[in-house]
Design a protein around this ligand. Structure first.
Ligand SMILES: [Zn+2]
Length: 392
């Protein structure tokens, strides 16, 4: 069945707005994008038409860093420990629904246990309901007792590293996640700025992941860990805060330039909590901490959208609140929409699949009441969301 969607504005890409355009959707794909007459001409007889005279049609958003296993509450592990497998899966499914209803059509889960996200994906597939495209890392690699070891991904040596990657690949993982530095949410273990794996071990991880055709996403707060990740050739760096000690950072320009050259993307992992952080830290400190994003953008480091949804206060239904950080930093709205769509797609290896409206691309699209290029807040007013052609 063909559907022609017309709107005041169509954004094939955020930087090329098309006034009074149209999009032709057939099953799960986009067939045509352009001027109304041209698009209508390509539709099969009896096509459906939906007109949105005051709206914008654009590609669905990305959240490149979520944890479907967590509920965004203060007690991270409690609910997980006290629930049955069925309850955990039902809750995770509900979170994908929240993501979809707020315009997110692609998510990357960067850490769970018992292959939760993969099970959720399979269940949603079977039900045939609208759902975001879901990439899963399964259990992240860490060191014994290290950051997020409770997911079951601790590896003590190269053999264990390879065995875990094999197991994740076998289970259907789309990406290998490694906790290259310490983090905030695991008591004991390395501090955030301390490395958990050295460049050689990270190299083993990248090489073995590639053997399975899988990219590597590295959690790295420490500047040393970031540098090792770049040496090893990971695909994305999560958080990327350049820490060298408590409240100390060292933004290493040569390393960032290599990220730009090698196309290694940085994911800020900032949720809408950034506003609270600004209030707590004050403008000046906040500018310094979040200013790393402006600095990396200036050096050409690819930036991607991701919120660490599931962690305390990082909800699953406010992508706009998270993206407003970039506006506060002075990014143009065009750039912000690119980060949330085309750029994230490219960095996640989906640049030929989704993230823009073009013939042959997946029908992952949004109808937004208003114009997000004039008012980013308009993005919060999602009238229609299609995920692979299915209405969410
Ligand atoms: Zn995370």
């Amino acid at each position: 069945m063909d559907t022609v969607i017309t709107a005041a504005q169509v954004l094939p890409e955020p930087g090329s707005p098309l006034p009074n355009g149209a999009v032709l959707v057939r099953d799960d794909k986009i067939v045509a994008v352009g001027a109304r007459e041209d698009v209508v001409r390509q539709a099969a007889p009896g096509f459906a038409q939906r007109d949105f005279p005051a709206s914008t049609v654009m590609a669905g958003l990305f959240n490149s860093h979520v944890h479907l296993a967590f509920d965004a509450g203060k007690d991270l592990l409690g609910p997980l420990e006290s629930s049955t497998a069925d309850e955990i899966q039902a809750a995770a499914k509900e979170r994908t629904r929240q993501l979809l209803s707020t315009g997110v059509t692609t998510i990357r889960d960067l850490g769970d246990r018992d292959h939760l996200a993969i099970a959720v994906r399979d269940a949603l597939d079977k039900e045939g309901v609208a759902a975001p495209r879901l990439l899963s890392a399964a259990a992240p690699l860490t060191v014994p007792g290290g950051h997020c070891h409770f997911f079951g991904g601790a590896a003590a040596d190269d053999n264990e590293i390879r065995a875990l990657i094999d197991a994740n690949a076998e289970a259907g993982a789309d990406v290998i996640k490694v906790m290259a530095s310490g983090g905030q949410i695991t008591p004991g273990g390395a501090d955030m700025w301390e490395s958990q794996f050295d460049a050689r071990q990270l190299g083993v991880i990248v090489e073995h992941a590639r053997r399975h055709g899988l990219p590597v996403a590295a959690h790295a707060h420490g500047a040393d860990a970031i540098e090792s990740c770049v040496d090893a050739g990971v695909n994305t760096i999560e958080h990327c805060t350049w820490m060298v000690g408590p409240q100390q950072s060292d933004m290493r320009e040569p390393v960032a330039k290599r990220m730009a050259d090698q196309g290694i993307a940085a994911c800020s992992t900032s949720s809408r909590n950034w506003r609270m952080m600004v209030e707590r830290m004050g403008d000046e400190v906040a500018q310094r901490i979040y200013g790393r994003l402006t600095w990396m953008e200036g050096l050409g480091v690819p930036l991607i959208a991701g919120t660490d949804a599931g962690l305390p206060g990082s909800v699953f239904d406010d992508p706009v609140g998270a993206l407003e950080l970039y506006e506060w930093l002075g990014f143009s709205r065009t750039r912000i929409l690119e980060i949330a769509t085309t750029d994230s797609a490219r960095a996640l290896g989906l640049g030929e699949v989704t993230g823009r409206l073009a013939p042959g691309y997946s029908a992952d699209l949004l109808v937004i009441a208003g114009d997000p290029l004039k008012d980013l807040g308009a993005l919060g007013d999602v009238e229609v969301v299609l995920a692979a052609g299915r209405a969410g």
